[in-house]
Design a binder for this molecule. Structure first.
Ligand code: SF4
Ligand code: SF4
Length: 327
């Protein structure tokens, strides 16, 4: 069925900052060989070809909106919270006990879900050292659906910024709690990228499946959440990916595709750095994102994101999977 939305085009003002290299080429779309990801956005702007666009976006949205200014100041305050010194006395427990304890503390500190993955070199951006810590504690923090439904809007951007601040605080306080137990731990909160990707370890940690819109679909939060992470050496137990049928569902759903103004969401999976997966056209998405308050339309449009809907969908998908197939 054809799209009802006319395809949006970027302004000349933004295009003058656009680099000659395609973001899809940097991301490795169409590449058959497996390789580490390349830094592209949310890195120090002087270090990437799209850095001037990142500055352009930030300047546009800093504006005179007091709510955005306040949300960004609060996120900065979360980033600036100090990292606790490493305690000299090291608390010893079996890995299973640490895993239970870490998840309990993370939830008490504000995470809506927590999963554990092993750090892998292929999560780490080229040019960056692979972190020495073995474990990644991945944290999910949900966003207010009513605010996100207004995307693209300053209200949605404020909500995204607030949740990045919440994720950052949760990660930092969890890291500080671990450091107080004598175990090395380092927090990471978005949107600025650290030295590694977050979505692949989040999938490994059971935080959901990759959706057609290029973001995660979580079994209760849908796509309406942000990620944060703690790297640590405390002994832990790895979680398993949570496969509940979202990937399959996306094959026949086009809600996000139809809702995306610049038509950036591909209808079929693409080969990206040697892996066949859902992928968003960076060169189409980013200009709209930059001119429209960080967009996020696709996250709110995804039917899994509607409050209370994801568990019902998942039950139906499970029931459908048990039906006998036609010969
Ligand atoms: S963030 Fe906006 S522009 Fe980008 S894929 Fe989603 S709906 Fe499209
Ligand atoms: S809107 Fe549909 S196709 Fe897009 S991510 Fe959600 S379930 Fe998948």
């Amino acid at each position: 069925m054809p799209r009802k939305l006319p395809v949006w085009t970027p302004s000349a003002d933004q295009l003058q900052h656009w680099p000659t290299i395609s973001g899809n080429a940097i991301n490795g779309v169409g590449e058959a060989a497996v390789r580490r990801p390349s830094p592209i956005y949310w890195h120090p702007p002087d270090s990437t070809p799209h850095g001037p666009l990142q500055r352009w976006f930030y300047a546009r949205t800093a504006s005179n909106d007091p709510d955005i200014v306040a949300a960004r100041a609060d996120r900065q305050a979360a980033i600036d919270e100090p990292l606790a010194p490493l305690a000299e006395t090291v608390v010893d427990k079996p890995a299973a006990a640490w895993s239970t304890e870490v998840k309990r503390v993370a939830r008490e500190l504000g995470a809506d879900d927590v999963g554990i993955a092993v750090m892998r070199a292929d999560y780490v951006f080229e040019g960056h050292a692979v972190p020495t810590q073995r474990w990644m504690i991945v944290l999910a923090v949900g966003q207010d659906y009513e605010a996100m439904r207004t995307a693209p809007s300053s209200r949605a951007l404020v909500e995204v910024t607030r949740q990045y601040a919440r994720g950052t605080r949760c990660a930092k306080r969890l890291a500080n709690w671990l450091r107080g137990q004598g175990h090395d731990a380092f927090p990471y909160g978005g949107p600025m990228a650290g030295s590694f990707l977050l979505i692949p370890p989040a999938i490994a940690a059971g935080m959901g499946e990759l959706g057609k819109h290029g973001s995660l679909i979580h079994r209760s939060l849908g796509s309406n959440f942000r990620l944060a992470c703690v790297l640590t050496d405390v002994p832990l137990v790895e979680d398993a990916p949570d496969r509940f049928g979202a990937d399959d569902f996306c094959t026949n759903c086009r809600v996000c595709m139809d809702a995306c103004p610049p038509d950036a969401i591909a209808p079929v999976k693409q080969l990206v750095r040697g892996v066949l997966r859902w992928s968003v056209d960076f060169d189409k998405c980013l200009p709209y994102f930059n001119e429209n308050m960080g967009c996020a339309i696709c996250l709110a449009a995804c039917p899994f994101s509607r409050p209370g809907v994801a568990p019902k969908f998942i039950a139906k998908l499970a029931e459908r999977a048990t039906r006998p197939r036609e010969p």
